[in-house]
Ligand binder design. Structure first.
Ligand code: ADP
Ligand code: TRP
Length: 329
């Protein structure tokens, strides 16, 4: 059975972009594959070197993962920093990764621009740590959004290069996995292209119903369709995109027709969108409250996950040490 791995950094609450771009795939895949889903707390140090209460931020994501339907009976759910084996593989991979290729990664260049006083080596080697996360379980599939494509390319390069240098076929080349036919980008409702924490345009899985409705009603729009069957400007296309994600096909078609014959009222469309969103989010939010209220249970789940993840990582690491020529204990 193929192995799957993915993770998210604990830098806030999960939002609809994370859910539809990544976590929804985790929930589906856990029934069909050997899955590892983790919380990338080491990675969050690349941008937040002194995180306030990192363990609570991690528990927050864990509770939200579980609320979305991740099941510790089906998948191995763990915290990155509990699996120290990852660091050894990270070191080996760094030895065969070059400054030039790491410097070309756009997320590195972006972050370096955003935090010019803290262009640290961890940020620079973010992709090799990510590759170590993936390769330590010899994962074949990685469900992530399109924005992770370049990091995934680096992970494939790490696998390929290791196999070539040491004349082995230890690592499969990990591939992106998308829920649908192609990568989904959940738009922001403020007219920006993408929903994301740093853009402050998120609808969070834990948002109260009235907050969700308010955020949707505030979505940026324009003066309305001016001529039949016209092309939609980006802000309106985003609204339709969001509807295609959370609403039924019939609902979407109804509003498409209204757009095409110029009778669309954005207020009506937003009300319907908010309603459909609330229906997706309400059960998830209820479960978040339930899981968050029991930190001891969360810690137990994390501890069990760590044991399983360490077992898999150390088996790979043994092979890696043997392959490079180190002593194997
Ligand atoms: P953020 O953009 O809020 O910082 P992350 O970068 O931590 O989110 O992303 C975690 C996961 O969620 C990644 O797999 C990423 O591709 C996915 N993701 C984040 N935002 C979106 C979005 N708007 N649409 C689709 N996928 C997304
Ligand atoms: N870089 C990913 C993000 O920002 C998080 C991550 C770290 C990850 N290691 C990973 C995702 C390994 C998939 C596989 O969302």
């Amino acid at each position: 059975m193929d192995t799957v791995l993915s993770g998210i950094r604990p830098t806030g609450h999960l939002h609809l972009g994370n859910y539809f771009g990544a976590v929804r795939s985790f929930v589906k895949m856990q029934n069909e594959y050997n899955c590892y889903f983790f919380i990338a707390d080491w990675h969050s140090l690349t941008t937040h070197p002194t995180p306030k209460n990192i363990q609570n931020s991690t528990r927050t994501i864990l509770a939200e993962y579980l609320a979305c339907g991740l099941d510790p009976e089906k998948a191995t759910i763990y915290i990155q920093s509990d699996v120290v084996e990852t660091i050894e593989l990270y070191l080996y991979l760094n030895m065969n990764t070059y400054l030039g290729e790491l410097g070309r990664v756009t997320t590195f260049k972006e972050k370096a621009r955003q935090q010019p006083d803290n262009v640290n080596a961890g940020l620079f080697t973010y992709p090799t740590l990510m590759a170590a996360d993936i390769l330590q379980h010899r994962a074949k599939w990685v469900p992530v959004g399109k924005d992770q494509e370049q990091n995934m390319e680096m992970a494939r390069k790490c696998a390929r290069r290791f196999n070539n240098i040491y004349k082995t076929d230890l690592f499969p080349e990990p591939q992106n996995y998308y829920f649908g036919a192609e990568a989904l980008k959940v738009p922001g409702l403020d007219g920006s292209g993408k929903m994301g924490k740093s853009d402050g345009n998120c609808i969070y899985l834990c948002d109260e119903e009235k907050v969700v409705r308010k955020k949707v009603m505030r979505a940026v729009t324009d003066n309305g369709p001016q001529s039949p069957n016209s092309e939609k400007p980006e802000v309106i296309a985003n609204l339709f995109k969001m509807m295609s994600i959370v609403s039924s096909a019939d609902t979407l078609q109804y509003f498409e027709e209204k757009w095409n014959d110029c009778t669309l009222r954005y207020g009506d469309m937003k009300k319907q969108l908010a309603e459909d969103m609330v229906n997706v989010l309400n059960p998830i939010r209820e479960r978040i409250l339930e899981f968050s209220s029991d930190p001891a249970r969360l810690d137990k789940i994390a501890a069990a996950g760590a044991m399983k993840a360490r077992e898999s990582a150390s088996a790979t690491l043994k092979e890696v040490r043997r392959t490079i020529g180190f002593r194997v204990y």
